[in-house]
Design a protein around this ligand. Sequence first.
Ligand code: CUA
Length: 309
Amino acid sequence: MSAFELLPPAASTMAGRVDTIFLTLSALCGFVALAIAVLIVVFAIRYREGASVDRSNPPTRNRALEIGWIVVPLVIFAGIFLWAGADYAELRRQPADAMPIFVVAKQWMWKLEHEGGRREINELHVPVGRPVRLVMTSEDVIHSFFVPAFRIKQDVVPGRYSSLWFTATGPGNYHLFCAEYCGSQHAAMGGRIVAMAPADFARWLESGGPTSGIAARGFALFRRYGCSGCHDPRSTVHAPDLAGLLGRSVHLADGRSLVADEAYIRDSVLLPNRDVVAGFEPIMPSFVGQIAEDELMAIIEYIRSMPGA
Ligand code: CUA
């Protein structure tokens, strides 16, 4: 490792692309700044008071120059916009086969839970070479999940889900920071991402001992909160069937339609009258204030595990 490093290690599939844009913009800005600085010095010397230069008949227009300084920057900046926009869209487009990890931020720690129910605090183990998708929310204030080595950062906001994905490219330990000032211990709210070879990761997952699984916990909660009373297909109450819901397109009573994701399910539990499914009455009660964030995530995982219809 060198003593001076311009950039943190690049350890995700997006890191190289983000760096390329960053370095290109830096080079472009540096070139323009240098050119202007050099011209200022040259003109200051050449046209200083008393210098013997021809000051008669200065040019008043130069069409080629005017068109040039409009068109050239336009093409360059529009090109940068398209290039960066394509990379940004790539960062938003989550691979369908990504491994979900649930993240709950609170003052001042990161609580993470794997699909199988294994839980971690301020540390996240992931396999190298496999897309990982984070579904994140906060219990209190706004935090921000920031992993410089992966070039990813996303605000984690109370009351909603935000998501983020990455594929780690090399084994190692990478810093995890909270990048949003969230109170007196903000600076201490961090941890690490441990990227492991897939076989090591599988061994690590197993070493956690038998866990009941996040979906199993969700099933217990599904019954405890009474969801099963209406959403069970055998129920006499007419409520939407939840099997195979995640990723399915849903038609709403007001004519809109959307694709059901984790955020949609969360909203449906807390704000059931906002997105009523077409053909159903708005009779579901809200669970605001009754259900904890990690319980909601477990219920969502249980719904994902339901055998598809
Ligand atoms: Cu959490 Cu800053």
